[in-house]
Design a protein around this ligand. Structure first.
Ligand code: SPV
Ligand code: MG
Length: 297
C-alpha cells in the first residue's frame, strides 16, 4: 500500500521541473496554518522547534521531545512533514532509531546535516565541526537500509559552504552523499546573495535534486532558482519569527496602555481558532455519543 504523504513529499523534493516550497512549522497550530495557507509540505525546523521551547538550536531539547512535537504536527495536518533532523542525533545507529520512530509517527522524510553531534545553528558565528565524509555516507546508507517505506525521503545537507570551505569540498561531498543513496541534497549557504548556490548548481557533478534555504540570500529573486531547476525551496523559520514579532508587539501595547482596546481589532478572534480546530464537530459528536441525561445535567 502506498503511503500517500511519503509519496507526495518524495515528489515535491525531487521534481526538478517544478520548484516546490516548504514552510516552517514548530507545533500543531503552526503546522495547521501552513496547510491552511496552501503550502504543500512542512519543514519541521530545528531552530524553530527549539526556540519555541526557549531552548537553543544546539540539541538542548532531546530528540524524543522533538518527536512528541512532531506527533502533534502530523496529527494536525494532511500534508507531509520533512524533519530537520540535525545530525541524526548521534551516529548511524541513533539515526536508524530516529527513522524507525519517524515512520511510526507519520513523518515523511528527514534531512540530516554533515556536522558532528551536538550541532549548533549554522548562522551562529561559531564554527561547527564537519563530519567525516565516510562516516556521513555510512549514516545515509544505514538510514536508507532501515526505512520501511520506499518513499520515505532522506535529504543530505551539505554544510561546507556555511563552514567557509571551497565549493570543491561541497561538490565532492554532494557526489559522495548521492552515491551513498541520498534522495536529494540540501545545499546550505549563509551568503547575502544566491551566487554561490547558483555556481554550485552549475558545477554539481551528479544528477540529484537540489534543495535550498534562502534565509540569508532572500533578495535573490526566486525566479532565478526556478530557472536553475532547484527542486524545492525551504522558508525555514518565518512562521516562528512572525509569531514572535507579532506577540511581542501586541504584548508591549497591552502592557503600556493597560487596555485591550488597541490590540483587539488586530489579533486573531477566538472564533477563528474555534473554526480551524473544528469545535463544531464536538457538538455533532455529542449528539451522537453522549446520553441526553449527561448532556442536560
Ligand atoms: C533550521 O530551520 O533549523 C535550519 C535552517 O536548520 S538554518 O537555521 O538556516 O540552519
Ligand atoms: Mg536546523
Amino acid at each position: 500500500m502506498i503511503n500517500n504523504k511519503n509519496f507526495q513529499l518524495r515528489k515535491i523534493l525531487t521534481n526538478k521541473n517544478e520548484t516546490s516550497f516548504l514552510m516552517e512549522a514548530h507545533n500543531g497550530i503552526s503546522a495547521k496554518i501552513v496547510e491552511d495557507v496552501g503550502f504543500q509540505a512542512i519543514w519541521a525546523s530545528g531552530f524553530a522547534i527549539s526556540s519555541s521551547l526557549a531552548l537553543r538550536d544546539c540539541n538542548e531539547n532531546s530528540w524524543t521531545q522533538t518527536l512528541d512535537i512532531l506527533e502533534y504536527m502530523a496529527d494536525a495536518v494532511n500534508i507531509p512533514i520533512l524533519l530537520d533532523g540535525d545530525t541524526g542525533y548521534g551516529n548511524f545507529n541513533n539515526f536508524r532509531r530516529l527513522i524507525y520512530k519517524l515512520e511510526q509517527r507519520g513523518i515523511s522524510g528527514v534531512c540530516i546535516e554533515d556536522k558532528v553531534f551536538p550541532k549548533l545553528n549554522s548562522f551562529v558565528e561559531q564554527k561547527d565541526r564537519l563530519a567525516q565524509v565516510e562516516e556521513f555516507c555510512g549514516k545515509i546508507k544505514a538510514g536508507k537500509d532501515v526505512q520501511k517505506d520506499k518513499n520515505f525521503t532522506i535529504v543530505a545537507r551539505v554544510e561546507s559552504l556555511v563552514s567557509g570551505l571551497p565549493i570543491e569540498e561541497a561538490l565532492m561531498r554532494s557526489e559522495a552523499y548521492f552515491k551513498a543513496g541520498a534522495d536529494a541534497i540540501l545545499i546550505h549557504s549563509k551568503k547575502e546573495t544566491g551566487d554561490e548556490i547558483l555556481e554550485f548548481v552549475k558545477k554539481c557533478p551528479v544528477d540529484i535534486p537540489l534543495i535550498i534555504v534562502p534565509t540569508k540570500y532572500y533578495k535573490t529573486p526566486t525566479s532565478l532558482f526556478k530557472k536553475a531547476q532547484i527542486a524545492a525551496i525551504i522558508w525555514a523559520n518565518q512562521s516562528f519569527r512572525a509569531a514572535y514579532a507579532s506577540m511581542k508587539k501586541t504584548l508591549q501595547e497591552i502592557f503600556h496602555t493597560e487596555s485591550l482596546q488597541n490590540t483587539e481589532p488586530h489579533i486573531t478572534s477566538m472564533s477563528e481558532i474555534f473554526n480551524i480546530l473544528h469545535y463544531d464537530e464536538l457538538k455533532v459528536a455529542e449528539e451522537k455519543y453522549l446520553p441526553k441525561i449527561i448532556k442536560e445535567s
